[in-house]
Design a protein around this ligand. Sequence first.
Ligand code: G6P
Ligand code: MG
Length: 210
Amino acid sequence: MIKAVIFDLDGVIVSTDELHYQSWKKIADDENIYFDKIINHKLRGVSRMDSLNIILGYASKTYSEDEKINLATNKNDIYVELLKQLDQKDILPNVVETLKGLKSKGIFIAIGSSSKNAKPILRRIGLIDMFDVIADGNDIKHSKPAPDVFLVAAERLGVNPNSCMVVEDAMAGIKAAKNAKMIAVAVSEAKNSEIADYRLDNLKDLLLII
Ligand code: G6P
Ligand code: MG
């Protein structure tokens, strides 16, 4: 029986993809590295440093650890500046009614995000108080596809992983959910995943499968 639903944040609750893309694009352009929206999809659910390493895979030179830290810091400075434009209009369709519907069924709701900016983002879109638990990039060493962030969320909720459902838009996130032995629900870009347990066109269909 499902007792909790753990939501990924970026691309499931809120549309930050374009802001991540614009910030990485500026870094890549300054370094003369080819970067486009198809490469950007590979960064979904992947931590900041792992994302940078994917981008640097297209570079013609190698980068030292210090250079990498500088680039990741610069990307985050640009991203945090862009986040100032984020507000309730960036909440994705049907999110609020789905969260309310789950709560009215007595289901716990949590965030399981690789982002270290998860809390400021939730504050900006006015949803921080909706969630029973928030687990994010600050709580873990290994990001998705490792199961860690979802296991932290389950532990804080006091719910067994096998009673948790995860909603994800990233292949890495679906793998992380399965690695955590949770039920994986794919939306958006993850819908091609073969290992997802459910694939939804509309988030509010979650209320039909619980
Ligand atoms: C989310 C996004 C990724 C991003 C990661 C880290 O999972 O989907 O694209 O790289 O968070 O975000 P951060 O805000 O910590 O740089
Ligand atoms: Mg995502």
